[in-house]
Structures are given as C-alpha cells and as structure tokens.
Design a protein around this ligand. Structure first.
Ligand code: AMP
Ligand code: GLY
Length: 395
C-alpha cells in the first residue's frame, strides 16, 4: 500500500491520500494494516524524523533517522562532515551574517555557488554567473529569508566543472549495495537549456564511469560516509544518493547528498536490479544486508519525463492523459506515474512531472529508441519532454 500514492500505484495497490504532515492518521493506517516495513520516500518526512517515530513504535523503516538525514537536510552539516572525513568536495565557507558573506563574495575572482543550508525543494542553490548574481543570492537567502529558516545559514563554495552523475547506494548502516550509476538531465530543454527542473530524464549505466572510477567513488566517497556516520553514532540506513561532479581529469567530487532515491534516477536503475527488492529494504532496515541479495542486469535503460504545461514555474493540472494503457502493454517499456490522478474513468495530470517512460534494451541506443517510441504514443495538452536524453553518452 502507499501513502498518498498516485493513480498508477492505485491500479495495483491500495492508496491512502492523507494530508501531508497528518502523522496521527498515518500511524493509524500503519497499525490497522499491521505494516512490517515502511519505506519513506521523500526527504521532507525523513528530515522531520519520520523514521525515528516509526522505530520508536517498533516498526522497521527503510530510510535514515532525522540526524542521519541531515546529509541532505543541512548543507552546512554535509560539507563539514565531508571535510572532516576527507571526502573530495568543492572548497567552501559557511556564513550566517549577510555582511560577512557579501564581503567574502566580493573578494572572489570567479563567481561562486551559493547554497541555502536547509531544504528548499530543489530551489536553494544558485550557480552564479557573476559576482553580482552571487550577491543577490546572498541577499535573497540570508537577508530577505526567501526560504525562511532554511536560509539562516549559507554555504559559499567554489564552482566545479565537468559531468554530473548520480550514484545511489542502499545502506544498512554498515554495508551497502551500490546501484548502477545514472545521469540525470536537469534542464527543461534540449541541449541543457531552459529552467532547472527536478530532472527531465536519465539513463543508466553511464559509460563515463568505468569500473575503476566506480571503485574510486566507492572508496573515496561512499565508504567513508557510511563509516563516518556510524562512528558519529548516526548510522545511515536507507538510500544514500551522491550527486557527483566528474572533472575533465576524471576525478569525482561530491556536490550533494540526498537521503532518498533520485527522481528520475530510481526509475532507470531499479528496473536493472534482480532480486527481492522488498526483502532488501527490510534487510537494510534491520542492519542485515547481505552480499548477493541483489544483482545488476547487464542491460541499459533510459527514461524520459513527460511534464505538464508550464512546468517548472506555473504548472497547469487537470489535463486528460491519453495512451497510457497502450504503453503499459509494451514489452521492455516501463511506465512510472508521478503526477497523475484518476477522474472518473480518465487519468488527468496532477503536478509538474506527470510520468516517466523507461525503455530497456541491450544497448543504450535501443533503450532510447524504445523509450521515445512509447513517449510518442502518449499525449496531453501542454506536454513537455526533452528529445535528447542520453545524447551525451551516445555522441
Ligand atoms: P546541490 O543541491 O548542492 O546538488 O545543487 C544542485 C545543483 O547545483 C547540482 O546538481 C549542480 O548542478 C549544481 N551545483 C551545486 N554545487 C556546485 C558546484 N560546486 N559547482 C558546480 N555546480 C554545482
Ligand atoms: N534527480 C535528482 C534528485 O532526485 O534530487
């Protein structure tokens, strides 16, 4: 079952669309259904201590405690931790005073990246193109509190260049299972143009990340994180998502951690796994992850996000979606619902990113062809999609 779930999940499982933050109703549902395991999906409830509250009630949780979720919930915590345990990350300084932050930014020759400390629904990072843009970001976050208390402190860090990749590891506090490396496409439009979004498509595995580089990522970033968190008395159980910059020299640097699966990275990596996924979540929750519980299929996957009219700024909802049934019956194509809602016997759009269509095949090119063939079978008014997902790896 899912809370709140969506129209896609609702076709197979029961959904309980409760109000966000209504914990009493949530715990009632958990108790009445004798739930054994809760997988907490998004970062908000994790940072607010949902895992702690469930553990207190004796229920197994796949998802970190509030303390451990600070790897995502506080950029200051994350950067300080990375520095302490020696994880390669961009040089940075932390500020609470806008005056001090402005004075520091003015000393820089190259425009920095400004990050609000707390959760800002993906909007708290400004990769400044000029010093004046960086100064404006300081004002907006620290002075005017555009993100409320999430902007009580900022990180000012050096801008890195290269290719971004996403690495997700399912962790049990001590051990981890590393999923295939994925690459997201964050900009709205082809050629990495247009507004920043939550992600418009992804593919996996990423040819840029050789087995040798993957080992370095594991040894220099993932393992030190797991060990460092355990040693600090806040073992990380759940999905550790590392957003990395691979520099032109081939060195991995940590940009961000998430305490959850990536979206759309999950849609392209989970279908490549073989094994009992629920059992693995349960094993992670109990600190009992074992080697060999999951294996990775030797295939390629590519996912394209279909987004609503106006996404990401002024999302329009309520548009009728056509063609989903036809896509559902295709072989080697997976359809993941996000912002869909049942309205009578129709399905309508209900938020910015509507569905992700994933094609799977023995090559990236074939996976891509499959995904786009399926995309062309779906339509709704104002539908937006990128036509160049995976282009960089194929060119
Ligand atoms: P974050 O939430 O910290 O990952 O930042 C969101 C996005 O901003 C990242 O996915 C990158 O595209 C970009 N970004 C963050 N930090 C840096 C950096 N130091 N250099 C270049 N780009 C960055
Ligand atoms: N696609 C990046 C994220 O889920 O944060």
């Amino acid at each position: 079952m899912a809370v709140p779930g969506n129209a896609g999940i609702g076709r197979k499982w029961s959904c309980h669309p409760i109000r966000y933050g209504d914990r009493d109703t949530f715990f009632e549902i958990v108790e009445q259904n004798a739930v054994d395991l809760v997988v907490v999906g998004p970062e908000g409830p994790l940072v607010e201590g949902m895992a702690d509250a469930l553990v207190k009630r004796g229920i197994a949780v796949f998802g970190p405690t509030a303390k451990a979720a600070r790897l995502e919930g506080s950029k200051v915590f994350m950067k300080t931790f990375a520095q302490e345990v020696g994880i390669p990350t961009a040089p940075f300084k932390v500020f609470k005073s806008p005056t001090a932050a402005r004075a520091y930014v003015r000393t820089l020759d190259v425009p920095p990246v400004i990050k609000a400390d707390g959760l800002c629904a993906g909007k708290g990072v400004v990769v400044a193109e000029s010093v004046s843009e960086a100064l404006s970001a300081v004002d907006a976050i620290l002075e005017r509190r555009a993100f409320g208390e999430s902007g009580a402190a900022i990180v000012v860090e050096e801008r890195l260049h290269g290719q971004e990749v996403s690495v997700q590891a399912m962790c049990d506090g001590e051990r981890m299972f590393v999923l295939p490396v994925a690459q997201d496409h964050k900009r709205l439009k082809d050629g990495d143009l247009g507004a920043n979004t939550g992600g418009m498509g992804a593919y996996a595995p990423v040819p840029l990340v050789t087995p040798e580089l993957e080992k370095r990522i594991r040894d220099r970033i993932l393992e030190p994180t797991l060990t460092g968190m355990r040693d600090r008395g806040m073992p990380f159980r759940g999905v550790l998502f590392a957003g990395l910059m691979i520099t032109p020299e081939g060195d991995p640097f940590l940009l961000e951690f998430n305490a959850r699966f990536g979206d759309p990275e999950a849609q392209v990596t989970l279908p490549l796994l073989q094994g009992d996924f629920g059992q693995v979540c349960y094993a992670c929750a109990r600190g009992e992850l074992e080697e060999g519980m999951l294996t990775i299929e030797n295939r390629h996957s590519l996912g394209v996000v279909l987004a609503s009219h106006g996404y990401p700024k002024n999302v329009r909802t309520g548009d009728s979606i056509r063609g989903l049934d036809e896509v559902e019956s295709l072989e080697d194509v997976k359809l993941f619902h996000a912002g869909t809602r049942a309205l009578g016997d129709r399905l309508v759009t209900s938020s910015g990113r509507v569905v992700t269509i994933v094609g799977m095949a023995d090559s990236l090119q074939n996976a891509r062809d499959r995904a786009y063939q399926a995309c062309d079978m779906i339509s709704f008014d104002g539908m937006q999609l990128r036509r160049d997902i995976g282009g960089r790896a194929l060119s």
